[in-house]
Design a protein around this ligand. Structure first.
Ligand code: IFM
Length: 463
């Protein structure tokens, strides 16, 4: 049992392409996820975000659910191709107005708007011009950021530049399991840098145009465990830590890429895409660092010859075989698992938060995503008794409480997700919501986890 203070922020999170639908309405342009999901074989069952949870039309009743849950904050993302269809040039007033009404609707209900500028839906035109592998995309992102911050300004309580740039770079450009589906290791590392650069540029726009707003970025940080304490396995951990964690934390919080990352990846790239002054620019001070956590990762050194396990890091196909050369093997973790096949490891969450506290003691933290997909069953009376999700949430929020008790400055928690949605390559097959969406009727039904989370959010009392 733990108590959270009144000031602790309870929220829920979603992302535009996963819930909005209305892919061809209101002047929205195509994004890389439209192209990818419409390409045969890319998503489970060929699912696309064309309709998703139809949030574009149902946003007002969705906001009422958020208010009824008693949440302090709502984390949503703005679809770049909805507000600036081609990724440069003119803004689309219909798209901007949608988010303006959403923000006002949240404020009217006493809910803090937390807006993510980029949750993976790059305008297709920009991908056609090179995507995140080219520097110009970062410059375009700065202009996009200026447009939306001018329009929404400090009505947005917290501006988050990026969601999980790890996924955009490595899954998008190295393993290719996410849009745009490229498998080019050098392009993935260039994407890492251009995403970081875009973060710095957009962060400075927020500071200038919305000085009263908070600034953040959300990283999916990895807890990487060695299979043994051998020097070789420990070095495998170091390599993946450099690629997965420090490639982002380094420039964003320390103002420099780690030397070992540059050395490890020298066979892939010389990093000449990093220009003088870039790293300083990226290190814009953050009010809060957003942390997403789901599961942990187990690695060992690989000799490059023996058959290699196909287990992956973070369950989304690891970046390592693509960009870290043939030196690391990802191993299956002991269970239990969620429906994503991800292992359930709450102590690793505490470990991650304490590491951040140790390395960045003055950096406030916010849990911007945590949650679980399970195969929900709708009972004959319509109830959804998702005990496993409640257990997952209880243990992970307990892990946050433990980290706080040991000194970590964690200011809030956003459950992933408010409602079932398009789970990228897994389509609609995996359900993360605390609210069920019936995709035939678009009816929303609170799962037991929603009732449980409502009690927690309104009392601060973890049972
Ligand atoms: O659904 C995703 C979300 O878009 C980003 N973080 C992880 C979630 C679960 O896979």
């Amino acid at each position: 049992m733990s108590e959270f203070p009144e000031s602790f922020v309870w929220g829920s999170a979603t992302a535009a392409y996963q819930i909005e639908g209305a892919a061809n309405e209101g002047g929205r342009g195509p994004s890389i996820w439209d192209t990818f999901s419409h390409t045969p074989g890319r998503t489970l069952n060929g699912d696309t975000g064309d309709v998703a949870a139809d949030h574009y039309h149902r946003w007002e009743s969705d906001l009422s659910h958020i208010a009824s849950l008693g949440l302090d904050a709502y984390r949503f993302s703005i679809a770049w191709p909805r507000v600036q269809p081609g990724g440069s040039g003119a803004f689309n007033p219909v798209g901007v107005d949608f988010y303006s009404r959403l923000v006002d609707g949240l404020l009217a209900r006493g809910v803090r708007p937390v807006a993510t500028m980029y949750h993976w839906d790059l305008p297709q035109e920009l991908e056609d011009a090179g995507g995140w592998a080219v520097r110009d995309t970062a410059l375009r992102f700065r202009d996009y950021a200026a447009g939306i911050v001018e329009a929404l300004g400090d009505r947005v309580h917290t501006w988050t530049t990026f969601n999980e740039p790890w996924c955009s770079a490595y899954l998008g450009y190295a393993s290719g399991v996410h849009a745009p589906g490229r498998t080019e290791p050098a392009a993935a590392l260039a994407a890492v840098h251009h995403l970081n650069l875009a973060h710095g540029l957009a962060g400075r726009v927020v500071r200038e145009l919305a000085p009263a707003s908070q600034l953040s970025v959300t990283l999916n940080l990895h807890v990487i465990r060695p299979a043994s304490s051998s020097a070789a396995d420990l070095d495998a951990v170091r390599r993946i830590d450099a690629l997965a964690n420090r490639a982002f934390l380094g420039p964003m919080l320390d103002g420099a890429y780690p030397a070992d990352l540059l050395a490890d990846t020298a066979p892939v790239t010389d990093w000449s895409f990093v220009h003088d002054g870039d790293e300083k620019l990226i290190a814009v001070p953050l009010d809060v660092l957003g942390v997403n956590y789901y599961s942990s990762t187990l690695v060992r050194a690989w000799d490059g010859v023996s058959p290699r396990s196909s287990a992956d890091g973070h369950g989304q196909s690891s970046a390592s075989p693509w960009v870290a050369a043939d030196t690391v093997e990802f191993l299956p973790q002991p269970g239990p698992y969620t429906a994503m096949g991800w292992n359930i490891d709450p102590p690793a969450f505490t470990e991650l938060l304490l590491r951040l506290h140790r390395e960045y003691p003055n950096q406030p933290l916010m849990i911007t995503e945590n949650g679980a997909a399970f195969d929900d069953v709708v009972g004959p009376d319509g109830t959804i008794a998702d005990d496993r999700r409640i257990d997952y949430l209880r243990r992970h929020i307990g892990a946050v409480a433990e980290a706080r008790a040991q000194g970590a400055d964690v200011r809030g928690y956003f459950v992933w997700s408010l409602m079932d949605n398009f789970e990228w390559g897994y389509g609609y097959d995996r359900r993360f919501g605390i609210i069920r969406v019936d995709y035939d009727t678009q009816v929303r039904t609170w799962k037991q986890s929603a009732h449980w989370y409502q009690r927690l959010a309104t009392t601060g009392h973890l049972e």
